[in-house]
Design a protein around this ligand. Structure first.
Ligand SMILES: Nc1ncnc2c1ncn2[C@@H]1O[C@H](COP(=O)(O)OP(=O)(O)O)[C@@H](O)[C@H]1O
Ligand SMILES: [Mg+2]
Length: 244
């Protein structure tokens, strides 16, 4: 593992205002209690707008990953002003993590895969010789698989934001295998997701993000798992409320 706890501080008057990101409940929770990581793989789940991307972007940025995505140790667009939360985020790190955080940025290892900007990020990876294929010439999902196969290796911090958005069932299973292998090499993975498949990775920690802030959850108790289970069992139970 790399990071054992993330936390942030902000001035009281700033937090009391109505400005994003301080209005997001999970960010307030981060300010009050921090966020503890107890396993090499952590999944963040929660409704759209609950704050998952706000959190993972700030975590990635604070580790020195480019907030637009791509490999650690490389800044694509020159120095950018840190985001409000990313600039405040601090880590309590493991020995390996402290070593990485003390070293220059070029010595950090990891990857930030964001669904929204993946094509741009993978294009830059290709132009700098970090991946072999051109993402322009492959499907969204194939581009993701190329990143997993070629860039997800070795100790480092791997941050993913809804990787399942581009992936088939089989590709999601492949990603579970990649995350499991990575987690055994001293790497740490933090992944925002809506996927019942990914979150089932044995040994992974699941944190539910929502109005309540953040809380740890078991896979079989997750709302997303229960909804999928019921939907697949009988789609009409849902669809009769939705379609004519
Ligand atoms: N750059 C931004 N400026 C202002 N508000 C934002 C910004 N990014 C996200 N938000 C707001 O913060 C909340 C959490 O968003 P986000 O972290 O993207 O949620 P999630 O990833 O869980 O769907 C939402 O209400 C969203 O509208
Ligand atoms: Mg999001």
């Amino acid at each position: 593992m790399i990071v054992e706890r993330a936390y942030a501080h902000a001035a009281e008057d700033e937090v009391q205002g109505s400005e994003w990101p301080w209005t997001v409940p999970c960010v307030r929770r981060l300010l009050d209690d921090g966020l503890r990581f107890t396993a090499p793989v952590t999944f963040l789940v929660g409704e759209n707008g609950s704050g998952k991307s706000t959190l993972v972007e700030a975590l990635a940025e604070a580790f020195g990953l480019d907030p637009w995505g791509g490999s650690a140790g490389y800044r694509y667009a020159g120095p950018r002003a840190p985001s409000v939360l990313g600039g405040r985020m601090r880590f309590e790190a493991t020995v390996a993590g402290r070593r990485m955080l003390r070293a220059p940025h070029t010595r950090r290892r990891g990857f930030f895969l964001r669904a929204e900007t993946a094509l741009d990020a993978l294009g830059r990876e290709q132009r700098t010789g970090r991946v072999s294929g051109s993402p322009e010439e492959m499907s969204h999902g194939e581009g993701f698989l190329m990143a997993f196969r070629e860039r997800f290796a070795g100790p480092g911090l791997y941050v993913l934001d809804e990787p399942e958005s581009a992936l088939s069932f089989a590709s999601c299973l492949e990603l579970v295998g990649v995350l499991d292998d990575l987690s055994r090499t001293g790497a740490q993975i933090i992944c925002a997701t809506h996927s019942p498949l990914l979150t089932a990775l044995p040994g992974a920690e699941i944190i539910e993000v929502g109005e309540h802030g953040m809380r740890s959850a078991e896979w079989h108790e997750l709302e997303l798992v229960e909804h999928w289970r019921r939907y697949l069992n009988d789609p009409r139970a849902y669809l009769r409320h939705i379609v004519g």
